[in-house]
Design a protein around this ligand. Structure first.
Ligand SMILES: [Fe+2]
Length: 302
């Protein structure tokens, strides 16, 4: 005797689960839980997995959890390589036409970087081909942002970040925070970064390799720009000519973020490069269409 009503037996497992979710459950949590579980039920119906295959999935997720620690976040890597992190970023940080796209900061960002004077050299070990960077900062209306602060961080000539190589690179190598001048411009010296591969020694890397997917990231510099009255911009600039430019494992490449690292003549005759950039920030609170249209119209008037 189960005592259940005939109507109850007509429910699917998913419908039963929805009925059992308690009224005290927070509505966002309950709706997200049921939506996710519903998708998983749909997947099971579509794929008809064996019990062994279910065990493979559970073992994989278990290993992802065991691989994640304070220095390495395998779950974040998983969210990144399946494009979910970028989708969430796009939803939460939309940018109107004409503004520089926002991208993920990536796992190597540090907040505690030193302030550097304009023109400073970010390279503390001098290893690599010199790169001169000129960056102009404006609002959507084209006006310069003289109060902007720019954080920069990037990999070295071997594709390694300073916090990956604590024994090989000086602390804060290829990092720094610079304040824009009165014309909203920032210049600094550094070295040309090299692209790098995501870690392939964990479960996520092995999954991607089993699928024939590449783990490469094309050469890039990371930036975070803050300015009073404007939305913070976190973005990358990619080397347009990097051989991996069409297969960034983290889906960060946008046409607006491609740049030419131009060859620059040097007295010593060695390789040297220069980069000219312009970032366009969005006013704070300009999320609604009416205010963005007003900003665009005022830009056209200039
Ligand atoms: Fe990076």
């Amino acid at each position: 005797m189960d005592g259940g009503s005939p109507e109850k037996h007509a429910h699917t497992v998913l419908e039963d689960l929805a009925l059992r979710v308690g009224p005290e459950a927070q509505s966002r949590l309950a709706s997200a839980f049921l939506a996710i579980v519903g998708r998983v039920h749909d997947l099971v119906a579509d794929l008809q997995p064996s019990t062994d295959e279910l065990k493979v999935v559970i073992d994989f997720l278990t290993e992802v959890g065991h691989t994640a620690d304070a220095r390495r976040q395998e779950w974040v890597l998983l969210a990144d390589v399946i494009g979910v992190s970028t989708r969430v970023e796009d939803i939460n940080c939309p940018r109107p036409e004409g503004a520089t796209p926002n991208t993920l900061p990536g796992p190597f960002y540090r907040m505690d970087v030193p302030d550097l004077p304009l023109g400073a050299n970010l390279s503390r070990d001098g290893i690599g081909e010199p790169l001169h960077v000129r960056l102009r900062l404006t609002g959507l209306d084209g006006h310069p942002l003289p109060q902007a602060q720019v954080e920069v961080w990037h990999a070295n000539a071997f594709g390694r970040y300073e916090n990956q190589d604590p024994d090989l690179q000086p602390e804060f190598n290829l990092r720094g925070r610079l304040a824009a001048d009165e014309a909203g411009q920032v210049t600094f010296e550094t070295v040309k970064p090299r692209g790098y591969a995501l870690p392939e020694d964990g479960p996520v890397g092995r999954l991607l390799m089993a699928l024939g997917l590449r783990l490469e990231r094309p050469a890039h510099l990371h930036f975070r720009v803050t300015a009073p009255g404007f939305q913070t911009l976190t973005t990358h600039i990619f080397d347009r000519h990097d051989p991996a430019i069409d297969r960034d494992a983290l889906f960060g490449v946008r046409p607006e973020l491609l740049a030419d690292f131009r060859a620059r003549p040097t007295e010593a005759g060695g390789a040297s490069h220069e980069l000219d950039l312009c970032f366009v920030l969005v006013p704070a609170g300009a999320d609604d269409a009416a205010s963005l249209e007003h900003t665009r119209l005022s830009r056209k008037e200039h």
